[in-house]
Design a protein around this ligand. Structure first.
Ligand SMILES: *Cc1c(COP(=O)(O)O)cnc(C)c1O
Length: 365
């Protein structure tokens, strides 16, 4: 990723500077384009916002937020009061929690769908305002037919928001098939080092961007300059990290599928996976998240506790491999199996990662 560098000149720095300033000197009116105050804009956000827009194929800058959930909240504000949101039954638990809370308060009507079931999702779009898509879904790894769903949503008059955290823009670019907004938890792959929380929203539409920017400014969900700088610094190695972790994930998924302690391996790169054909057609890579199903919660907890290299921790997309039984979170949907373990494959040596997993799995049989 070469975007987001300062303009070239003799002796100019190659990296942007970090601007620590809560306000800007004001000698004119504060309106369109003026910085004014650091909740409105910060020069340190901009190179990162430009770089991510470039990756997602948008010609206007992305919007940086203080976390993925801040970006999700801004995108959910596109549902008008009393409007209809169609969303996957399996998705990031924070997104589902916020959508459900809005539903309970009567702010919107939430229709939960199996996003891999195109017919059922299209049927739920009647009168919808926003279709929310995760593909693959967290943590069930279901793959949506994004081009078909986007076309159907637009025909029904709904906007399409895609949470592209799992795939990254290197794996799929939803705007290129017509999605209206892409959101990211940049905490994960984009920043990539498990050291900051950040979020992004990307759109190619000026009016939608203005609405999201208004939400960010008035809700105050802004990133600190140091975090923004770290985000761009992490993004520089995205391609290398994704290439390595994805290759390792493909190999681990193959080995996991053959292990007698594993009931089912959910990874769209496996030919046996129900989402494989769609993923092969839509994605430039199958990603580095694998979910496996073990016999029950006890087996899953034993595996996670018995590993030395894999970090027992939530979150994903960092250089270090993490592993977690998802149902340990009370907010996780009950349709996610108790014995489901989500693995986020990092950039460590593939044989070291497998040796650690294999001894943990062998102990279960
Ligand atoms: C982590 C995550 C989020 C939330 O992001 P935060 O940075 O933790 O606020 C949203 N969507 C997905 C798919 C995630 O994995």
């Amino acid at each position: 990723m070469a975007a987001g560098r300062p303009e070239r000149g003799h002796d100019t720095p190659v990296n942007p500077s970090v601007v620590f300033s809560s306000t800007f000197v004001g000698l004119g009116s504060v309106g369109e384009g003026a910085r004014g105050y650091a909740r409105f804009s910060n020069p340190t956000w901009e190179p990162f916002e430009e770089a991510v827009a470039r990756l997602e194929g948008a010609e206007i800058p992305a919007l940086l937020f203080s976390s993925g959930m801040a970006a999700v909240a801004a995108a959910l504000s596109l549902v008008p009061v009393g409007g209809v949101l169609v969303a996957p039954a399996h998705a990031y638990s924070g997104t589902l929690g916020l959508a459900q809370a809005k539903g309970v308060r009567g702010e919107l009507e939430l229709r939960s769908v199996d996003i891999a079931d195109t017919e059922a999702t299209v049927a739920a779009l009647d009168g919808a305002d926003v279709l929310w898509v995760e593909s693959p879904t967290n943590p069930m790894m279901e793959v949506a037919d994004l081009p078909a769903l986007t076309a159907a949503a637009h025909a029904a008059g709904a906007l399409v928001v895609v949470d592209n955290t799992f795939s990254t823009p290197l794996g799929q670019r939803p705007l290129s098939v017509g999605a209206d907004v892409v959101v990211h938890s940049a905490t994960k792959y984009l920043a990539g080092h498990s050291d900051v929380l950040l979020g992004l929203a990307v759109t190619a539409d000026d009016e939608i961007r203005a609405r999201l920017l208004g939400h960010r400014t008035l809700h105050g969900a802004i990133a600190g300059p140091m975090e923004a700088w770290l985000g761009l610094r992490g993004l520089r190695t995205l391609a290398l990290r994704v290439e390595r972790s994805q290759a390792t994930a493909a190999e681990l998924a193959r080995r996991l599928e053959g292990h007698p302690a594993v009931r089912r391996t959910r990874y769209p790169g496996l030919v046996s996976d129900p989402g494989h054909e769609r993923a092969a057609a839509q994605f430039d890579g199958f990603g580095s998240i694998i979910s496996i199903e073990l016999d029950d919660a006890a087996a899953a907890d034993a595996l996670v506790a018995g590993l030395a290299l894999w970090l027992p921790a939530t979150s994903l997309g960092g250089v270090e491999s993490t592993i977690e039984r998802r149902r340990r979170h009370v907010a996780e949907p009950a349709t996610v199996p108790e014995g489901l373990v989500r693995l986020s494959v990092g950039i460590e040596n593939v044989d070291d990662l497998w040796a650690d997993l294999a001894q943990g799995l062998d102990a279960l049989v």
